[in-house]
Design a protein around this ligand. Structure first.
Ligand SMILES: *Cc1c(COP(=O)(O)O)cnc(C)c1O
Length: 397
């Protein structure tokens, strides 16, 4: 997945354009910038690649998720449904806007369980946020119809799945709003950066203003701009956008390498007793950022994970025992260990976490191993790795 593996001359050239003029900011300074608008160019490239009307770059993926809620009018007292298996950024982004994260079980897709979502809807629910973890998606048709039925917003966190698709649409373009991360370890990197895509012109305008202190971006004198509503600063710098622009131009090359390496590993593990690949919903195409599979039970998964490590197979994750991506280890959330006072609505809204049962998620995450697919591996290296992985799994059966 990490685009940084193939950082090179193209990235250096784009950054050099920015350094040569010294305009490190994406807005203004027209006379000085030698015609370079890297953030604008990257937004256009994203719109074209994903056939979507609007793209907004921001400082990081977590900010991108927060902003989708802000522009859709989701905040204090509102509930947002999110999965039990995701990066901690999901609940951070929801809580930043004052809303309450409602954590719901996952199923064998490793994303939101549809029945769990239905059961979690209350009069306070405003949005459903599937997270396309490890390169693959939830059943988006089912989520869309739940959203339509209850008048909810569908927000796709596609931070780990750029390049995947569902029923012919790029991941991130199916919902009302979609998010990408361009942090250092994502398929396309800006160093730090995030993006939001949408076909909704009202959201797009709000994203543009909100990410830059609410400035309305009318006219060429920043000091004279008006503020139709409150905003924050979630701007991306021109330097980060320059790196991302070079990387994004290579997205098809990166995705082809991911797919090749994924396919070699998958072929080697297919047919091994006790290995079952994650379910990809009908009509879904993975981004191939990870190869995810289930083993028979928790102890087998732990044994395989240990065997991988002992045999030099890195970047394979048993998320059940991982502190970042799974509800089991989010004690700081469960105990509401905040540096600053949380609102009464949020404190009360989170209290369900003290008792909620996630055994359904445990059943899947406990048996799951997800292996990151690197794009710098040579074909020989992947073949060798595939053979070692197959041996490790067989030795644990
Ligand atoms: C990386 C990631 C984010 C956050 O992105 P940052 O750019 O690191 O803030 C959000 N959601 C998921 C699923 C991610 O993997």
């Amino acid at each position: 997945m990490p685009g940084f593996e193939l950082f090179g001359d193209a990235e250096r050239k784009e950054v050099q354009d920015v350094l040569a003029s010294g305009v490190l900011m994406r807005y203004g300074f027209e006379g000085m910038r030698n015609g370079h608008w890297k953030a604008n160019d990257l937004e256009l490239a994203i719109q074209n690649r994903f056939r979507v009307k609007h793209a907004q770059l921001v400082s990081n993926g977590t900010a991108a998720v927060s902003m989708t809620l802000a522009v859709a009018g989701v905040g204090a007292g509102d509930e947002v449904i999110m999965p039990s298996f995701t990066f901690v950024a999901s609940f951070e982004a929801i809580m930043m806007m004052g809303a309450t994260p409602v954590v719901v079980d996952i199923d064998d897709t490793l994303t939101l369980d549809i029945e769990g979502v239905k059961a979690a809807i209350t009069s306070k629910t405003k949005a459903i946020m599937p997270v396309h973890m490890c390169g693959s998606m939830a059943n988006l048709d089912a989520l869309k119809s739940i959203c339509d039925q209850h008048n909810l917003i569908l927000i796709e966190d596609a931070c780990q799945a750029i390049g995947g698709s569902y029923k012919g649409k790029a991941l991130g373009t199916f919902g009302d709003l979609g998010c990408f991360s361009f942090d250092f370890v994502k398929t396309v990197t800006c160093g730090e950066g995030g993006g939001i895509i949408t076909n909704n012109a009202t959201y797009a305008k709000r994203l543009d203003h909100f990410s830059d202190h609410g400035h309305d971006h009318i006219g060429k004198d920043r000091g004279a701009e008006d503020h139709p509503f409150l905003g924050y600063n979630f701007r991306i710098s021109e330097l980060n956008a320059a790196v991302g622009l070079a990387q994004f131009k290579r997205i098809d090359e990166f995705l082809a390498l991911q797919k090749r390496n994924y396919t070699i590993l998958r072929t080697a593990l297919s047919g091994i007793d006790g290995v079952q690949f994650r379910t990809v919903p009908n009509g879904g195409v993975e981004s191939y950022a990870f190869l995810s599979f289930f083993l028979d039970d928790l102890s087998t998964a732990r044994a395989v994970s240990k065997s991988f490590k002992a045999n030099g197979i890195d970047v394979c994750f048993h998320y059940y025992d991982n502190n970042w991506h799974y509800i089991r280890k989010w004690d700081h959330l469960k105990t509401q260990n905040s540096l600053y006072p949380l609102s009464k609505e949020l404190r009360e809204g989170l209290s369900y976490l003290k008792t909620k049962d996630f055994s359904k998620s445990d059943h899947y995450i406990g048996r799951n191993i997800s292996c990151l697919i690197k794009i710098s591996w040579t074909e020989e290296e992947v073949l060798k790795r595939a053979e070692t992985m197959a041996q490790c799994i067989k030795s644990c059966n």
